[in-house]
Design a protein around this ligand. Structure first.
Ligand code: MEZ
Length: 555
């Protein structure tokens, strides 16, 4: 690098997405595949974040920000530019004076649909709005797209798919609704759940039509049949879906801006949403006029203050969420008088790696893992709903549990190899050795495994009524991973109607404002079932985008 133009345009004009700069990185260093480095214990360029901007981590003029370490704790001392000075973050929250100035200056740009948040809901909304004939700007505050969906592992629930047919799974829309309502303690908005169920198969087909592999099927907690659709070969579903959506959005030429945080929704005197103020990393505060705005900003599981306020009992809990889940959409919508549904309902996922932020996917239990306490005794059906499993773990000595499994599962569930790479697994050639390594009681664990293998052979779990036991535990080596509950999903959020319009305090649609995904409340009631979040982002993301486009095109 011998001049500013090694990285920048002349004159220097850096877009918020740092697109030109990233193209320069790749033109010299090659793409991620070419950067693979055998010397590294983990190749950060080959991670589940997918094809993200180089400048997400390498800042050029300032100290690098190693995003992996938001969840992991990798050594980063050799990272390029690590000697550079630390700068204050560009995004320091809401600067009211600058926001008001941007509004007073009038819109710098105009679009028909503005989508806020580039996770699965935002991508789906953008693609649907574009398909319906609207022009779209998609803004994302992080230096990378993907949101929480990108790090999701489990899959997407759907009923009536070709996959279910091929696997001989009998299911029905009614069962899907009943399971979701039962899981949600009957507090879900049934109209929304019905839409979720009815449009779920089409959602899977749509993702497949864009190139996603969702061929595999498994069961998630609280579901009576296998309806969680996943990539074949054990790959995590989030990166598969997000990479597909990223590419589709690019192919559609949708204007996607990273490092661009929406800091205010702009309403006119009729209380119609007419745009938003964006704070861009390089472009400062500016207003985009939009006929429709779609909030797809995700939940608030990483906003400690919001958790402490809405769910004080969880304020000290770890979170499996991406750093992006800071509740922006809830705050933006509240400020203009939106109504909230179940805003205080927060889900703890029972199996987050103990003292970590790494989710041990429900898939591991779905594929066959068994859950035991510190002594090696089972205490609940592994496939119960998350709220029940989390409560049960918190009642065990030490408030943690072990997931145990054998080599059959290790070979089947690819994600487990990831946990192994992260040194999260304990391993023993025999059950006794595993007990010794983990501190479980040898006799207790041996009896648990022998009883469980008996239940698998008999096809009936006499101890806890687990209704799906796909694997016994007979093939050495044996593994254990220590888990405890962590914040995973905020069920509550802005109230929407079946058209995905955001409702005001009188339950009337706020003209021009739509929302989808975890920023909304109502779909999941008081407890979400595994696999229903991705379904929500796809189904309601598309509905929100489509209706936002229709609204924009008729006004
Ligand atoms: O939907 C989810 O949150 C999910 C399936 C998570 C997981 O355990 O993988």
């Amino acid at each position: 690098m011998d001049s500013c133009q090694s990285c920048h345009t002349k004159p220097i004009n850096v877009s918020d997405s740092e697109t030109h700069e990233n193209a320069q990185c790749k033109s010299c260093h090659g793409d991620y595949a070419e950067l693979a480095n055998d010397k590294l214990q983990f190749d950060p360029h080959n991670s589940h974040l997918g094809d993200i901007n180089c400048t997400s981590c390498h800042k050029g003029h300032e100290e690098p920000k190693f995003y992996c370490n938001e969840c992991h704790s990798f050594d980063q001392k050799d990272m390029p530019f690590s000697g550079a000075k630390k700068k204050a973050p560009w995004d320091n929250g809401w600067d009211q004076e600058k926001i008001q100035k941007a509004i007073a200056a009038g819109p710098r740009e105009t679009t028909q649909v503005l989508v806020v948040g580039a996770g699965s809901a935002g991508f789906n909304a953008s693609l649907a709005a574009k398909q319906a004939g609207a022009n779209v700007i998609l803004v994302e505050k992080a230096p990378f797209s993907g949101g929480n969906s990108m790090i999701s592992a489990g899959g997407m629930n759907a009923v009536g798919t070709k996959q279910q047919k091929d696997h001989g799974v009998e299911d029905s829309v009614e069962w899907f609704i009943e399971d979701a309502m039962k899981g949600g303690r009957q507090q879900n908005d049934k109209k929304l759940v019905t839409i979720l169920a009815e449009q779920s198969a089409e959602g899977v087909q749509w993702l497949e039509s864009l190139g996603a592999n969702l061929e595999d099927l498994k069961r998630s907690g609280g579901a009576r049949v296998d309806r969680t659709h996943r990539p074949l070969g054990g790959k995590s579903s989030g990166p598969e879906i997000i990479d597909t959506l990223r590419q589709a959005t690019k192919a559609q030429g949708i204007d996607t801006r990273l490092n661009s945080r929406v800091v205010k929704l702009v309403v006119n005197d009729d209380h119609t949403v007419v745009g938003a103020v964006v704070h861009g990393k390089h472009t400062g505060y500016y207003m985009i006029a939009a006929k429709s705005v779609v909030l797809a900003t995700g939940g608030y599981g990483m906003n400690k203050e919001m958790i402490a306020y809405y769910r004080p009992t969880m304020k000290d809990m770890t979170s499996s969420n991406n750093v992006t889940a800071t509740g922006d959409g809830v705050l933006l919508a509240k400020e203009i008088g939106a109504s909230m549904t179940d805003i205080d309902w927060v889900q703890a996922h029972p199996t987050v790696g103990k003292d970590s932020r790494i989710l041990i996917s429900e898939t591991v239990r779905g594929v066959g893992a068994v859950m035991v306490n510190k002594d090696g005794n089972r205490f609940i059906s592994e496939l119960t709903t998350r709220d029940k499993a989390s409560d049960a773990i918190l009642k065990q000595p030490g408030q943690f549990a072990w997931l145990i499994f054998d080599n059959q599962l290790y070979k089947k569930a690819k994600m487990v190899r990831g946990y192994d790479h992260l040194n999260m697994l304990y391993k023993g050639d025999t059950i006794e050795k595993l007990a010794e390594k983990t501190g479980m009681k040898v006799a207790d664990l041996a009896k648990t495994v022998s009883d469980y293998n008996g239940y698998v052979a008999a096809g009936k779990d006499n101890a806890f009524g687990r209704d799906d036991m796909p694997l016994n535990m007979t093939q050495s080596p044996y593994y254990a991973v220590k888990v405890a509950p962590g914040i995973h999903h905020t069920m509550g959020g802005v109230a929407i109607n079946p058209e995905a319009s955001v409702l005001d305090l009188q339950s009337k649609p706020i003209s021009g404002l739509f929302a989808a995904g975890e920023v909304t409340g109502g779909v999941h009631g008081h407890n979400r079932l595994g696999g229903n979040a991705i379904a929500d982002t796809v189904v309601f993301g598309r509905i929100a985008g489509d209706n936002a486009a229709k609204h924009a095109l008729k006004t």
